[in-house]
Design a protein around this ligand. Structure first.
Ligand SMILES: Cc1cc2nc3c(=O)[nH]c(=O)nc-3n(C[C@H](O)[C@H](O)[C@H](O)COP(=O)(O)O)c2cc1C
Length: 191
């Protein structure tokens, strides 16, 4: 029998969010009982069936002008074909967002991803971590250094390339992938 698929679908205009998608994929890869797959919104038209067969879908987007990028939202609107039949009902869902500013209105973007999941009648999985870097002994190297709860938050300096996406945010993204993969095993639905 084939393994349940945990899919990531993401947009990345300049490569930073792609690095985080790869970290989420690495986290999924730590759970042997599932198979991870990362799909860019640019290639999604050939991959709808992968999403339809997945046990879980993790949405990822950069923050552009205070919410998720138009590139991601074009995918969200295209997913309305699935909405008509509630094709993604009861799949697990989760999200990660990345912005240039420390805050950058990331929560607005994460809520857009959450709302998308609820339109599809999916079941949202949060990050499941305490906040890091919130006391005098804390550091920017802490897991969940940006202190998110509903998903994985990341911050990428706007004058640096994707190689410089902070390691702590990559680890936080990997944690989310692992958590959703473990949840998918417990949830036991999907394909
Ligand atoms: C059109 C545009 C709008 C942006 N708006 C925001 C914003 O509202 N808040 C923020 O913190 N960063 C903003 N940024 C910065 C991006 O979120 C940041 O550079 C991010 O790492 C880009 O990810 P990507 O390389 O995956 O596209 C914006 C960037 C662009 C290109």
């Amino acid at each position: 029998m084939s393994k349940p698929v945990v899919a990531i679908v993401y947009h990345s205009g300049y490569g930073h969010t792609k690095v985080l998608a790869e970290s989420v994929l690495a986290g999924i890869g730590e759970v042997e009982a599932v198979e991870g797959v990362a799909i860019s919104v640019d290639e999604v038209d050939e991959k709808w069936e992968v999403l339809d067969g997945a046990a879980a879908i993790i949405f990822g987007a950069p923050i552009y002008m205070g919410s998720v990028s138009a590139g991601f939202w074009a995918f969200a609107e295209k997913s309305s074909k699935r909405w008509f039949e509630l094709k993604w009902k009861d799949k697990l869902a989760a999200g990660f967002v990345n912005s240039g500013s420390q805050n950058g209105d990331k929560l607005q973007g994460l809520h857009a991803l959450f709302n998308l999941s609820q339109q599809h009648a999916m079941v949202w999985v949060g990050l499941g971590l305490h906040p890091g870097n919130n006391n005098s002994k804390g550091s920017v190297e802490d897991l969940n250094r940006l202190g998110g709860f509903g998903g994985a938050f990341a911050q990428s300096n706007v004058d640096e390339g994707p190689d410089m996406v902070p390691q702590a945010d990559r680890r936080t993204a990997a944690h989310l992938g692992r958590r959703v993969a473990e949840a998918a095993v417990r949830w036991g639905k999907g394909a």
